[in-house]
Design a protein around this ligand. Structure first.
Ligand code: DX5
Ligand code: ZN
Length: 215
């Protein structure tokens, strides 16, 4: 069964308590929390302060996606705010190995995210050190964009790399996941589906989450 990680970026921020209550009552596995700094990506979202509130509002796993430069300067802060996993972008980390070790030594799981143009081969040497790869299937920065089809090839390539070494690394797909394409994404080898607009703009989010979970 896939792990379903609704992205709160698409939530109604004037009703965050209700949105959290809805997710808590649903089959959603994780809260996917998108942090943007206006430098690594051309948008600004929220930071550790809000994650602290989400932490108090749920006992579900908090999957924090850092779309920020110099994530190492903030890893401790995100640990304190309650993140269970920190995902950093390979493109933002010239010393990725150091960032991974830091996140793990703080007691969090560690993910590495790749922009659509970044080949999965670049992860070869550090794959065994991480818990998850987040393949961006849109250009990071905004919700509601369309899934980039060649991501499916990247999923297949990465699945083969992971299986070749019998690793437990999860593959997360982030961006443009819908009820129409989710089955194909899972068939290619994904484990975790992030869904923002598909969940929060749906007339019945709980039912939509259940439909994704049942795939
Ligand atoms: C995009 C974010 C995504 C976003 C996905 O930069 O990383 O998590 O919220 O939104 P949808 O599912 O609407 O494409
Ligand atoms: Zn994300």
């Amino acid at each position: 069964m896939p792990i379903i990680a609704p992205s709160l970026l698409a939530a109604n921020f004037l009703q965050l308590q209700q949105e959290c209550d809805m997710l808590n009552a649903s089959e959603a596995d994780w809260f996917h929390l998108d942090v943007m700094d206006g430098r690594f990506v051309p948008n600004i979202s929220f930071g550790p302060m809000l994650i602290e509130f989400f932490r108090k509002a749920t006992s579900k796993f908090c999957d924090v996606h850092l779309m920020i430069e110099e994530p190492g300067n903030y890893a401790e802060l995100f640990k304190k705010s309650g993140a269970d996993m920190l995902t950093v972008h390979l493109e933002a980390c010239p010393h990725l190995h150091r960032n991974i070790q830091q996140i793990k030594s703080l007691g969090m799981q560690c993910g590495v995210a790749l922009n659509p143009h970044t080949p999965v081969d670049l992860l070869k040497d550090i794959l065994a050190d991480i818990d998850m790869v987040c393949l961006m299937s849109v250009n990071p920065g905004f919700g509601g964009q369309s899934f980039i089809p060649y991501t499916l090839n990247k999923i297949k390539q990465l699945r083969a790399m992971i299986d070749e070494h019998a690793l437990k690394v999860k593959i997360e797909i982030d961006g443009g996941v819908t009820l129409a394409n989710a089955a194909t994404i899972l068939a290619a080898g994904a484990d975790v589906l992030v869904a923002g607009n598909t969940v929060f703009k749906s007339p019945d989010p709980i039912k939509t989450i259940a439909a994704l979970k049942a795939l």
